[in-house]
Design a protein around this ligand. Structure first.
Ligand code: COA
Length: 298
């Protein structure tokens, strides 16, 4: 158990930039995530009532003090206004997030005002409007491109493509970290290749087998191959992969709010826009807001 007063003493472990901890008392039912890379603390499956306890109050108090975390995100079963009274803002919903099929309502609280502010949302709203108007279509790719599931033998090349694409990313992207994700079944990757076997696009679904959901992530198409349907095709195939293999039918993705292409891809695959996480993680533009898109295949 981690006492909230000890939050400042917790450091990243050898496992990477994120650490999972269990807070005491009323907060002990689920594991929380300390995300050092993105200065973010995530609490899963707690209700506003859990905060009205000595442990909850201590956590909120410590969060307002000298903390390494400037964003606190709660994945809550409910969207009631009790969170607002605690100073949280509603950022959106991930449908079908929990094992019982219930949605996760995302409430955020910022310890620095600047972290909670997005300069101009009209451009971002326009991207969502443009994407949402897109017709749902079944993707196809050029004949000379092949796709397949990635194995641990692809890990270094996946890392190379992702690091070529992203100067900054919310988590570690090394061959070793990707190899571990694949081998431990925490993620399923797919790649698109050219005739000579070069990997020109990749995407993954990160699995939450406990909650029975999957997050579409690590989407990158090499710039020479963009706009040919590769990403949409890979994601559609991944949906089938994890449906067949794990019976998971609820997927979501958080797309960079400023990146037109990724929002278009999700919209044309039938994903529904369900909110925006403000300055959510470190990306190539600095702190970037992420649009939430959900799809149920049930
Ligand atoms: C986002 C990305 C993965 C898309 O890959 P892709 O293989 O080009 O995707 P697709 O070809 O399947 O679809 C892209 C769609 O966006 C559309 N699009 C892209 N830029 C657009 C723009 N500025 N305005 C309107 N539509 C745009 C394309 O026309 C295409 O739709 P269409 O098939 O209906 O024509 C790729 O651009 C990329 O790697 N970007 C950099 C990394 C990144 O930001 N990844 C997302 C992280 S959340």
């Amino acid at each position: 158990m981690v006492h909230t007063k000890d939050l400042l003493d917790i450091r990243p472990s050898d496992e990477g930039d994120a650490r999972h901890v269990r807070f005491p008392g009323e907060l002990s039912e689920s594991v929380s995530m300390l995300d050092f890379k993105n200065d973010r603390l995530k609490l899963f499956s707690v209700g506003a009532g859990n905060m009205d306890t000595p442990e909850g109050e201590a956590l909120i108090k410590s969060f307002d003090g000298d903390t390494p975390f400037t964003k606190l995100v709660v994945y809550s079963h409910n969207d009631n206004d009790a969170w607002k009274k605690l100073g949280f803002a509603y950022e959106g919903v991930i449908k079908g997030y929990f094992r019982d099929g219930g949605a996760a309502h995302l409430w955020a609280r910022y310890s620095e005002d600047a972290r909670g502010e997005e300069d101009d949302t009209s451009d971002l709203d326009e991207i969502v409007t443009l994407a949402s108007a897109k017709e749902v279509q079944e993707p196809s790719i050029p004949q000379e491109i092949s796709t397949r599931l990635a194995t641990e033998a692809d890990a270094e090349r996946l890392a190379a493509l992702l690091n070529h694409t992203f100067d900054e990313y919310p988590k570690e992207l090394t061959g070793e970290s990707i190899r571990k994700m694949i081998l431990s079944l925490r993620a399923v990757y797919r790649v698109a290749t050219t005739a000579d076997g070069s990997i020109v696009a990749c995407a993954a679904v990160e699995l939450d087998l406990g909650n029975r959901n999957g997050e579409v992530t690590e989407c990158a198409t090499h710039e020479d191959y963009q706009g040919q349907g590769l990403m949409a095709y890979l994601i559609r195939e991944l949906e089938r992969d994890i449906g067949n293999r794990f019976g998971i039918t609820d997927l979501y993705s958080t797309a960079r709010a400023h990146e037109v292409g990724m929002n278009m891809v999700l919209a044309k695959l039938g994903y529904e826009y369900t909110g925006r996480q403000i300055n959510n993680c470190r990306m190539p533009r600095g702190w970037e807001s992420m649009n939430i898109w959900c799809r149920s295949m049930a």
